[in-house]
Write a protein that binds this ligand. Structure first.
Ligand code: SF4
Ligand code: MG
Length: 330
């Protein structure tokens, strides 16, 4: 497998009145070419901040990368100029957000937004770009695409706007697509269509996809690998099979238990686990999940377990996976 995105020991903080929120605390991840990786976790776990940092979209200040590195296709993302980043974004790196209004320009027709991107990133002529734009709107299920090209974002319904944004993100055939809750606001049928488009893109172009979601049904459906985040750290990572059949972190187990009947119903949102995540202005010294965990041992509140390798593809940040602790616990 060839790595496309490599994140190493990433630390991102932002300043608030009460101090420094350590939103991302030492995250490592690799996304290989053609791989679909799901990032799951409750809101505030650092998944969106991580994604925005990869695209260098976090506002700085108040945010800043304190430590770590991000490599995309072998190049250091954190060392790129804003101009170089603009060249990457919308071109080799595509992105889809939950709220399309944050990425669509309200003063430009949808057609112009698609064609400008294609002309800039793919050197297309106006005519080629227009043809491709119409094709993309058709692909994401927008009827009357020729007419729709001439309309402004406000003339589209919420679901249609979401599809427009997806069409724009996919038009340039990105090598990496970062999708942050891409289908959360859509109804189930459209959601399924969009996920089909993403799967298609992967099989046709070997696109790598980072899919941020709180919907484990979607993860099971489209992802190869899962990264579970908690309190700014990776709590567990593994293949979809490992995570769904043999989760090693109590938090992952809790997430899975909170979806009723996974086999029949693939669109259930997560029911939150009792308790709240720790305050990241003062993260706990031990395991970040200790206050909510039903297996908490003495060592848990004192020492961070670190990621423990359970297989060549699965690791979990939990003392229960250490042989020694297992004996203590038994
Ligand atoms: Fe629970 Fe301890 Fe594992 Fe943390 S390290 S998840 S507190 S058992
Ligand atoms: Mg988010």
């Amino acid at each position: 497998a060839q790595p496309l995105l490599e994140v190493e020991d990433l630390h991102v903080s932002f300043d608030v009145r009460g101090g420094e929120v350590q939103a991302v605390r030492g995250v490592n991840m690799v996304i290989n070419k053609g791989e679909v990786v799901g990032i799951v976790g409750e809101s505030g776990c650092g998944k969106s901040v991580t994604a925005q940092t990869l695209m260098r979209l976090i506002p700085s200040p108040p945010s800043r990368v304190k430590k770590g590195s991000i490599r995309f296709a072998g190049e250091d993302v954190l060392k790129k100029s804003e101009k170089e980043m603009q060249q990457l974004r919308g071109g080799r790196m595509g992105m889809i957000f939950q709220d399309p209004m944050t990425s669509l320009n309200p003063t430009m027709t949808v057609g112009r937004q698609i064609t400008e991107n294609l002309i800039r990133h793919r050197n297309m002529s106006m005519k080629e770009a227009h043809k491709r734009g119409v094709e993309m709107l058709n692909l994401v299920g927008i009827p009357l695409a020729e007419t729709r090209m001439k309309q402004y974002p406000h003339e589209f319904s919420g679901g249609m706007r979401q599809r427009v944004m997806i069409a724009i993100a996919l038009a340039c055939d990105p090598e990496l697509l970062i999708a942050d809750e891409p289908t959360t606001a859509l109804d189930v049928t459209i959601q399924a269509q969009i996920l089909e488009v993403m799967k298609e893109l992967r099989s046709r172009l070997n696109t790598s996809i980072m899919l941020i979601t709180h919907d484990l049904g979607i993860v099971a459906d489209v992802c190869d690998k899962v990264i579970v985040m908690y309190a700014g750290q990776v709590a567990e990572t593994g293949t979809v099979h490992e995570i769904f059949t043999n989760p090693k972190h109590p938090y992952t187990q809790g997430l899975l238990e909170s979806i009723p009947r996974l086999d029949d119903d693939k669109s259930q949102p997560l029911v939150p686990i009792p308790g709240t995540p720790p305050d990241l202005i003062k993260p706990p010294t031990g395991c970040a999940f200790a206050a909510r965990c039903k297996y908490t041992m003495d060592i848990c509140t004192r020492v961070d377990p670190g990621l423990f390798e359970c297989s060549s593809t699965q690791s979990a940040r939990c003392w229960l996976n250490h042989e020694m602790a297992k004996e203590v616990h038994a």
